[in-house]
Design a protein around this ligand. Structure first.
Ligand code: HEC
Length: 474
């Protein structure tokens, strides 16, 4: 049997020829083989890179709260090229989120979400959220200070969802506080659940791209009329269609290769992220920073007055996300060219400006704990007079655990949390205990870092924090 015969033997069984004609070889409009259309494929290439580097990392990483941090240090300093692998995975994730965002903006500006590609957009939105989910769960994998704080704030947001909030937090954290089991949950999400979802949805996304065709390059003054579109598109493909592979793929290849080179370059020059500091809620003099895609959310949390924070997070954000999904159903017809859609362009500019301004505020940090009250500052004398030994021990703990970096006493201290001078008028002993053990609302949970006796002492002391003659909260 000659080579050709062998080829035919396989072909008659696998039938790759027809697979090729309906997939890689499917015709696309000549004018959509444009530099504008390279971001989607590059995002997919990044995803593949993440899978490959992720599998390699999983060979060494230990998903346990005790050892995660150490295993990352091992990768950084002992495993040969381990640091580079971590760096590629980190930079790959940043670049993937960035490219996906650009892809989405480009699709929107070119009107590619309009008839008949509404479902492609919707699935794209699912992929967007899943990818952000990967970024968030990935940040937790580092299990360092940033991860601990990022997660603390993430679940604090979730806890505010009415009715199901607490149950959700329990489900995510595997308990009321961030503990040993939490990391297993996030590892499973990061390595199995979310990537599985992404692969499934990418498959559907690509099938839709194949079946409904790639958007033709928009033409000024020409809009989508659903009744006529399919015929027009078929005619266009008939007249000037080229097979995606090999004729229309060159720019995608060049761009994706450039992206990979850029990732490897950043990884080599800037190295991996963290892990910075073992997680410890009592050490807040690190300035925790989320990865860049969450900076704007952090800024929102920090800047909004507490009264409307919950409203914005629990109601406005979901509505905004829902609107994103609904775009093709709100504006699924008509003009495609950006020059014919001033409002759409203005919307994109507005959203981009808002998000980058917020991200900038997140970096320049108006929200981090105030450090004008240094941890060493003793509890004011007025608050320790005539206190019992147990209460005095609590006063010492307030000092030793640096609570005043965020809480003022006698007008001195951080502003991140409420002043504690009259906290006993607001909270009962149970509520105080819960706040200290579980944290929440931007306060870290101290559950793992205080012994039961210490908690009792703290609560006993805080229960004395009320003006003379005013009864404690009941
Ligand atoms: C990183 C900053 C930070 C640190 C450190 C911190 N807290 Fe808090 N704390 C907060 C924030 C923010 C809130 C408000 C939570 C909310 O809005 O639900 C808060 C709320 C509280 C409350 C409830 C106050 C009220 O009026 O509702 C108590 C009690 C409390 N913290 C005690 C402590 C104790 C004790 C410590 C030290 C062991 C501590 N905090 C350390 C940020 C911090």
């Amino acid at each position: 049997m000659d080579l050709r015969g062998i080829g035919e033997w396989f072909e008659s069984r696998l039938q790759l020829g027809s697979l090729y004609r309906t997939t890689a070889g499917h015709p696309i409009p000549r004018n959509s083989a444009s530099w504008w259309y390279v971001f989607g494929s590059a995002t997919l290439v990044c995803f593949v890179l993440q899978i490959v580097t992720g599998i390699c990392l999983a060979l060494v990483y230990v998903p346990s709260a005790d050892e995660a941090w150490t295993s990352l240090e091992f990768l950084n300093y002992q495993q040969s090229l381990g640091w580079f692998l971590r760096a590629v995975h980190f930079w790959g994730s940043n670049v993937m989120v960035a490219l996906m965002t650009v892809h989405m903006i480009q699709v929107f500006l070119m009107g590619a979400h309009k008839y008949p590609r509404e479902l492609t957009w919707v699935i794209g939105c699912v992929l967007f959220i899943a990818t952000i989910g990967m970024a968030f769960t990935g940040q937790v994998m580092r299990f360092d200070q940033d991860a601990y704080w990022g997660l603390g704030i993430g679940v604090a947001i979730m806890a505010r969802i009415p009715i199901v909030g607490t149950a959700l937090v329990d489900l995510i954290l595997a308990g009321p506080i961030i503990g040993a089991e939490t990391l297993s949950r996030f590892f499973t999400l990061h390595v199995f659940v979310v990537p599985g979802l992404i692969i499934a949805f990418v498959t559907v996304h690509l099938r839709l791209v194949l079946k409904r065709g790639i958007n033709e390059f928009p033409v000024r003054g020409k809009g989508v009329v659903p009744e006529e579109y399919d015929e027009e598109y078929a005619a266009l493909i008939e007249k000037e269609g080229i097979p995606f592979f090999p004729d229309g793929v060159d720019k995608d290849i060049v761009f994706s290769a450039a992206v990979i080179v850029a990732i490897l370059f950043c990884a080599a020059i800037f190295g991996p992220a963290g892990p910075n500091g073992e997680p410890d809620p009592t050490l807040i003099d690190t300035v925790p920073r989320p990865d860049f895609y969450f900076l704007s959310l952090f800024a929102v949390l920090a800047l909004l007055p507490p009264q409307i924070e919950t409203f914005v997070l629990v109601y406005v954000m979901p509505v905004a996300i829902l609107l994103l999904f609904l775009i093709p159903f709100i504006a699924g017809k008509g003009a495609k060219h950006p020059a014919d859609r001033p409002i759409a362009v203005l919307g994109v500019v507005l959203i981009c400006t808002t998000i980058s301004t917020l991200a900038w505020l997140g970096i320049s940090s108006p929200w981090s704990p105030h450090m004008d009250a240094w941890s060493g500052e003793p509890t004011p004398v007025a608050y320790v007079e005539e206190r019992s030994p147990l209460e005095l021990q609590g006063a010492v703990l307030i000092q030793a655990r640096q609570c005043r970096n965020c809480h003022a006493l006698g007008g001195r201290g951080g502003q991140r949390g409420p002043a504690l001078d009259d906290v006993a008028t607001r909270l009962t002993a149970d509520q105080l205990t819960r706040q200290i053990l579980q944290g929440g609302g931007n306060m870290p949970a101290y559950g793992k870092h205080l012994s039961p006796d210490e908690t009792t002492a703290l609560v006993a002391f805080l229960r004395t924090m009320r003006p003379i003659g005013v009864p404690g909260a009941r």
